[in-house]
Write a protein that binds this ligand. Sequence first.
Ligand code: IMP
Ligand code: MG
Length: 174
Amino acid sequence: METINKLISEKEIQKKVKELAHQIKNDYNEEITVICVLKGAFTFTADLVRAIDSNLKIEFIKVSSYGNNTESTGKVNLGYSTLENVKGKKLLIVEDIVDTGYTLKALAEYYYSLSPKSIKICTLLDKPERRKVEINVDYVGFTIPDQFVVGYGIDYAEKYRNLPYIGVVHLDDK
Ligand code: IMP
Ligand code: MG
């Protein structure tokens, strides 16, 4: 089993979401196509878009790289996507965490190949210490140390996505 220690409270998250939404709204004067990276970003995206008071559309893409352990395999699988036509659109990719950077690099390369008007990236959490590939992130909620976190959409072996706060996972002995 594991113990979860609170790292970022619900209140801190909600405050940050509003700040990010405000920044995003001010940076765009055209319709935004928000791409929610499943599954981890579903909670963040739902809160973020409700705080952005301008024209936007929401799309989803399923990405996996992790399996059920806590280390990135470096191999990224792009799965089901709801977005059919990317040409000319202003994309805002919304992620839960940037860790090694492999996932966002693969996603950004994929979308660039489809000729959008622009691509920006927004992540709730950033673990810069863990970066393996360089990736330019436009909006970052919280920079966190190299610890495995869960909650607010983020899982450990598919558990804890429903926690309203972000917590650090501690694996108990045996
Ligand atoms: P990257 O490709 O290594 O940047 O990893 C990005 C993905 O790994 C994130 O979208 C998460 O799904 C997962 N991930 C990275 N760190 C954590 C963590 O601390 N807890 C849960 N999932 C994580
Ligand atoms: Mg993810």
